[in-house]
Write a protein that binds this ligand. Structure first.
Ligand code: ATP
Ligand code: MG
Ligand code: FE
Length: 339
């Protein structure tokens, strides 16, 4: 079984070919940093145009690298949301056109489900249910992953996502975008105890995350401390918050097979090391995908497609693109009521 995956929900265009026995035959990626750099952030209209230009050559390159043709593909998986709607539509419409032309089934994949199932592409032994810390540019959630399509949200951020905090810290420190890797590099040369920074919601009885106050404290520290010390102190504060909230969720979640992390921030070495220690303390397995599979890519979309295909969850060609698409709609209803 061979799945073509397409990703275009933010500022990475990607195409990948993945088999249902976890072989990544090709994964191709095109970033858009140069196109957005003059504006200091992602411009949705520019992103959508860039996806239009990049996607078809990436698909051709992925097929060539894998040495297969569209006829050899068994199903086509495309991100259908959540994300910037123009970009999502480019990838989803392309997926629909290919599925229609080649007579293949379509899988409309939730980008967050791509992140959530990516650890199972990396680790064949990872079984349901697992506790997932999903930390990315737009999300910071603790999810109980009970099965394909079965996600229970235990916690979310009440303000910024963890990756957003890394990106805003990088901007405040003059490190550019995307900020996560740059902050991690700077932190390696700094003292994590040098700058007193808050740990929002640490020890709180409620399950959620908060990073806005930490980011503001970083902005206030700029000019009073060495840039590397601020980066190291910020990263240490984020790690402490993530660990505290994850420890609380582990106590509340009931039995799980493993502690798992996914999403762009899961590429961070300090985050991974601290989570691994927590898992060890709880006598749990720890699973984290390799770095390239943590940040946005199409292999995770193809894999989520493979998992959904195996579960019989194909989609009609009129499936909509969605800017908002919670993995756990029940929890999202609660969010509307205040969290
Ligand atoms: P979402 O998945 O929530 O829709 P996204 O797709 O934009 O958002 P990802 O690509 O999953 O986000 O992750 C990107 C985020 O990960 C950025 O905020 C980036 O700064 C952060 N990130 C990437 N590498 C690292 C790292 N080494 N350390 C910390 N943060 C990192
Ligand atoms: Mg990106
Ligand atoms: Fe993402």
């Amino acid at each position: 079984m061979l799945i073509l995956g397409l990703e275009s929900s933010c500022d990475e265009t990607a195409a990948a070919l993945v088999t249902d026995d976890r072989r990544v035959l090709a994964h191709k990626l095109a970033g858009q940093e140069a196109a957005h750099a003059p504006y200091g952030g992602v411009v949705p209209e520019i992103a959508a145009r860039a996806h239009v230009e990049a996607l078809e050559p990436l698909i051709a390159a992925a097929l060539a690298e894998a040495g297969v043709s569209l006829a050899d593909v068994d199903a086509i998986a495309a991100t259908a949301g959540p994300g910037l709607i123009g970009g999502v539509m480019v990838g989803l419409v392309t997926g629909k056109a290919l599925a229609h032309a080649a007579g293949k089934p379509l899988l409309a994949v939730n980008h967050l489900e791509g992140h959530a199932l990516s650890p199972r592409l990396a680790d064949p032994a990872l079984a349901f249910p697992y506790l997932l810390l999903l930390v990315s540019g737009g999300h910071c959630q603790l999810l109980l992953v009970e099965g394909v399509g079965r996600y229970r949200r235990l916690a979310t951020t009440i303000d910024d996502a963890a990756g957003e905090a890394f990106d805003k810290t990088a901007k405040a420190l003059g490190l550019g975008y995307p900020g996560g890797p740059a902050v991690e590099r700077a932190a390696a040369a700094g003292n994590p105890a040098a700058v007193p920074l808050p740990r929002p919601l640490k020890g709180s009885a409620e399950p959620h995350f908060s990073f806005a106050g930490l980011k503001s404290a970083v902005v206030r520290a700029v000019g009073h401390h060495a840039m590397e010390d601020i980066a190291a102190s910020f990263q240490a504060a984020v790690v402490e918050c993530l660990i505290d909230r994850t420890r609380r969720a582990l106590a509340a979640a009931g039995p799980v097979s493993a502690l798992v992390v996914a999403g762009g921030v899961a590429a961070n070495g300090a985050v991974r090391t601290a989570l691994e220690a927590l898992a060890h303390e709880r006598d749990l397995r720890f699973v984290a995908p390799p770095g390239w599979l943590c940040t946005d890519n199409a292999a995770m979309i193809a894999w989520a497609g493979a998992e959904r295909f195996a579960a019989g969850m194909t989609d009609p060609l009129d499936v909509p693109a969605r800017a908002r698409w919670p993995l756990d709609p029940d929890a999202e209803a609660v969010r509307g009521a205040g969290v």
